[in-house]
Design a protein around this ligand. Structure first.
Ligand code: PEP
Ligand code: MG
Length: 592
């Protein structure tokens, strides 16, 4: 069988064509080989172990200091516990004794001793001891990576276009590598709405996800082509395929941004005159900003946590003030919706000292982190409030599950306002505070949340994952992750109605806002704003101009009566085909 041109089909995550050499990165897996060590070098091995342990202790202490600065002493305790584990003299002595007794290399002795310890702890009846397993694993990964010289951070860049292959990549890693010859990504997890997918798209890094058995078929050094438009990965392409894709890549390179850049105006107005506000989702300020301003498009969602990923550290108050002021000034008088840090889940932040959780999506994330890490939250809110006089800033709270959280956040905002007033620092006293509706409990209690909110923004990416109990980044459950399920539609409808009953506007800022199949439905339900990835803006505006609000309302009511995902999907796709042909009227009747 030829080993050239092996084509594997996956799921498209971020469009574009990438060509380069594969670099397989596996997390939490170390290839530890047993090496015989002559007696004369035993001391050397023990010294290597000592030095690796010392480096880990120093690294953990630095992380602890960062965590104390960010969230205060109690939250940084995780690092304290890990420093104690890394300094455990008894364990160190047992590994050193093993090196001397068996004449083996330090990493091998370390891994053997570790396996015995973990085995004992995992079987323990004592919950406290079992919980230590997490911390021990985390410390041991650091020690082993120093011993093996495979530190993640040691990958400073690639000297030629490289396609990273791995289970999943954090937004932080992608941002770091994107400046260093990263051509594309091939992953086993992290679908189009995952945070990895969002950042890959906003940085224009072609990405494909799938079951590639990355350890086997794709090895480091293999030549790869990935086609992020149709989700294909070509392993070892022959010369003709390579040439062909080089041409395609040249043609497609600037395509996604071209429509927006060339647009003279964006008019999201239905045939009968109803106007829908369109807004942009931004992760990082980019080259498209000037075009957004020119086209009168504000920012419906600014994911501020990406400021953390960019530097792997929290910017201080003045740095954040600068960043928020710049964006507020640039977009003034258009609104800029600053979502407070939505960290946790797949947006892991080392400085928060969060241990890796078994169920991160259901864990310490978003507003939960902010309310607990009060110091970090206060810094961000102070910076936002100070910047609020520079433009039209709105504050958006992520992952709200209960009205209490909005109340607590508002109390903190109120206290900061009083402080600023006392120190005569100007701020916009009417700055609006809104809630993301992305958890079913929030949607179902939207009436109560609306009383405490100035606006809502529906995060369908999470709302779908929590309603359907299907991880947004797991391709094995991708077919369960659907926004066409009647339950998801009901939650969206309830949220819009609750907002309007309470006289506040509601936006949709999940990826669904940029899907043409969903546009007539969402507009028909009465959503006030659709906020999306900027490249979709002209496409959605064009779509809105092809149907009437009257028809859209009737269509939405019909869809709301459909009992199954299949029926909803069929109705949406029939409506899509109809709108595409730009026929006026009549398509509602077909969309059963
Ligand atoms: C969402 O959940 O739909 C959303 C917009 O937030 P994020 O994708 O950042 O979780
Ligand atoms: Mg979300």
């Amino acid at each position: 069988m030829s080993t050239e041109n092996i084509i594997i089909k996956g799921v498209p995550v971020s469009p574009g064509v990438a060509m380069g050499e594969a670099q397989v990165l596996r997390d939490r897996m170390f290839c530890v080989v047993r090496r015989h060590v002559p007696a004369s070098l035993v001391k050397n091995e023990i010294n290597r172990l000592k030095s690796a342990s010392q480096k880990v202790i120093e690294e953990l202490k630095t992380s602890k200091e960062g965590a104390v600065r960010a969230i205060g002493e109690p939250g940084a305790n995780v690092f304290e516990a890990q420093v104690m584990i890394a300094s455990d003299r008894q364990f160190f002595d047992s590994v050193a004794a093993r090196i001397a007794r068996d004449r083996v290399n330090a990493e091998f002795a370390y891994q053997e001793a570790l396996a015995e310890t973990l085995n004992r702890l995992e079987k323990s009846e004592d919950t406290y001891l079992r919980q230590m397993v997490h911390d021990i694993r985390s410390v041991s990964e650091r020690v082993l990576s120093f011993l093996l010289g495979v530190r993640d951070g040691s990958i400073n860049g690639f000297d030629h276009p490289t396609i990273l292959v791995g289970r999943i990549f954090s937004p932080g890693r992608i941002m770091t590598y994107s400046q260093k010859n990263l051509a594309g990504l091939v992953t086993e997890e992290g679908g189009p709405t995952s945070h990895m997918g969002l950042i890959a798209r906003s940085l224009g890094i072609p990405t494909v996800m799938g079951d590639f058995n990355t350890a086997g078929a794709l090895t480091s050094g293999t030549q790869l082509i990935i086609d992020g438009n149709n989700g294909e990965v070509i392993i070892n392409p022959d010369a003709a395929t390579w040439r062909n894709y080089r041409r395609i890549r040249l043609r497609k390179r600037s395509q996604p941004f071209a429509v927006l850049v060339k647009s003279r105006s964006i008019e999201p107005v239905c045939l009968d005159g109803k106007r829908v506000t369109l807004a942009a989702n931004l992760e990082i300020p980019g080259p498209l900003d000037e075009h957004l301003v020119r086209l009168g498009i504000g920012v419906g969602l600014y994911r501020t946590e990406f400021l953390y990923f960019k530097n792997q550290a929290f910017p201080d108050e003045d740095q954040q003030f600068e960043i928020y002021s710049r964006i507020a000034r640039r977009f003034h008088p258009l609104p800029v919706t600053l979502r407070t840090f939505d960290l946790g889940g797949d947006k892991y932040a080392e400085e928060l000292g969060a241990i890796r959780e078994d169920n991160p999506a259901l864990g310490w994330r978003g507003i939960r982190v902010s309310l607990d890490a009060a110091r970090l939250f206060r810094i961000q809110l102070r910076a936002i409030l100070r910047a609020s006089v520079m433009g039209n800033i709105r504050i958006l709270l992520p992952m709200v599950s209960d009205a209490r959280e909005i109340g607590e956040a508002r109390d903190i905002i109120g206290r900061i306002k009083r402080e600023l007033r006392r120190s005569r620092v100007p701020f916009d006293k009417d700055v609006r505070v809104g809630a993301m509706i992305e958890i079913p409990s929030a949607a179902m209690a939207a009436d109560f949340l609306a009383e405490k909110s100035d606006f809502f923004s529906i995060g369908t990416n999470d709302l779908i994952q929590y309603t359907m109990a299907a991880d947004r980044g797991n391709h094995r459950v991708a077919r369960y992750y659907t926004g066409h399920h009647p339950a998801v539609l009901k939650l969206i409808q309830m949220t819009i109605q609750a907002a309007h009953n309470n006289g506040i506007p509601v936006s949709v800022c999940g990826e669904m806002a940029g899907f043409r199949t969903m546009t007539p439905f969402l507009v028909g339900l009465g959503v006030d704003e659709l906020s999306m990835t900027p490249t979709q803006l002209p496409i959605i505006a064009d779509w809105i101009s092809r149907f009437s609000y009257y028809d859209a309302k009737r269509f939405s009511s019909r869809v709301m009566r459909l009992h199954s995902t299949e029926k909803v999907s069929r109705a949406l796709s029939e409506a899509y085909d109809y709108v595409k042909k730009q026929k006026k009227g009549g398509w509602l009747e077909q969309a059963r």
